[in-house]
Design a protein around this ligand. Structure first.
Ligand SMILES: Cc1ncc(COP(=O)(O)O)c(C=O)c1O
Length: 342
């Protein structure tokens, strides 16, 4: 376990790493460990997996959504400042699909307004911004190791931070509130969020191959770029020039001339041809339970909603071949040509 944690801390350029049983647990520990709770507002993105918002709700704090940049699909720093109130305590940004958020801008905002800053890097293990590793920005960061991620431990996650006190609290909370005083001595409210040794061993062995895995995924992404760039109506992912991209998924967008129903039709036709694909993500503020809890509704975050209506996550895995990518490209091209004619 400690070897996996040490290697992971090095990978993120952080002083401490605490292995836990999921990315969601890691996020929860950070929110609680930083003392974020009732009455606090956390500015975050509606374009993410729900766990990045749920961890705020777990502690009774309020997520305040702001819209995303249309290129990187990460939170828009300019909108963060506009959403601030006297109750704002933290910013929780997500490195969406492996692309780093604008951490330089977010760190400047957090510094100026004395806010906590949390990096959900669940999808970005191995990505860099200006040469600095994702996971290492802000007060603390998170990685996740579900089987769809760059490396997997089955289920699993990791807290990374330079803050020694936060690391100690997270480690204790992940282990039923123990603090070195014995198995049946509990100094705080804790959880069973521990990662087991078997998972850690699996994680360590894959982490040692991370560069090779990232390179293989980058190769598949470049084949896709080649196969899709000429197809009218398809927008391939944007990668900023100062980013080293560790590809999590390969998500294209259809032109905004097509509706959500058109996109769903394309998904259905791809699946009919045996090509597994999905819409990704559905906006968090439109999830039924959040509309009920927070009163959020369609129309509030137009970029998130427009992007989300047009995404298609294409098949993407480390061992995918050039030939398989070309089959997907040809299918997509044929389906879109036909749509154009109708
Ligand atoms: C952005 C983001 N945050 C958090 C998580 C949660 O990780 P886990 O599924 O390991 O709990 C995920 C996982 O899919 C994710 O994509």
């Amino acid at each position: 376990m400690t070897a996996f944690e040490r290697t992971m801390a090095d990978e993120a350029g952080a002083r401490h790493a605490i292995a836990v049983n999921s990315g969601t647990s890691a996020l929860h520990l950070i929110i609680r460990g930083l003392g974020i709770g009732l009455g606090d507002e956390v500015i975050t993105t509606p374009f993410s997996f729900v766990a990045s918002t749920n961890c705020i709700l777990f502690e009774g704090a309020t997520p305040v959504f702001v819209d995303i940049e249309p290129t990187t699909l990460c939170i828009d720093p300019e909108q963060v400042e506009a959403a601030m109130t006297p109750h704002t305590k933290a910013i929780l940004a997500v490195d969406v699909f492996g692309h780093p958020a604008d951490w330089k801008a977010l760190e400047a905002i957090a510094r100026e307004h004395e806010l906590l800053l949390i990096e959900d890097s669940a999808e970005a293990l191995g990505s860099t911004l200006d040469g600095k590793s994702c996971g290492g920005f802000g007060n603390a960061g998170v990685f996740a190791f579900y089987p769809n991620k760059q490396i997997t431990t089955g289920e699993g996650g990791m807290v990374v931070t330079d803050d020694g006190e936060l690391a100690e609290i997270c480690r204790s909370m992940a282990n039923q509130g123990r603090d070195g005083g014995g198995w049946l001595n509990h100094v705080r409210l804790g959880y069973n969020y521990r990662m087991d040794e078997m998972s850690a061993a699996l994680g360590l062995s894959q982490l040692q191959r991370l560069d090779e895995l990232i390179a293989a995924r980058a190769r598949v992404a470049s084949w896709y770029e080649e196969a899709l760039s000429e197809i009218e109506g398809v927008e391939t992912p944007h990668v900023k020039p100062n980013v080293g991209m560790s590809w999590f998924v390969y998500v294209i967008r259809l032109t905004d001339r097509l509706s959500r129903a058109d996109r769903d039709g394309v998904l259905a036709e791809l699946r009919e041809r045996g090509i597994e694909c999905r819409d990704y993500f559905q906006p968090i503020h439109l999830q039924p339970y959040l509309q009920e809890m927070l009163g959020t509704k369609r129309g509030q975050f137009p970029i998130t909603e427009s992007v989300s209506d047009r995404t298609i996550a294409l098949p993407f895995f480390t061992t995918m071949s050039d030939e398989q990518v070309r089959i997907v490209g040809t299918a997509l091209s044929e389906i879109l040509q036909r749509k154009k004619r109708h």
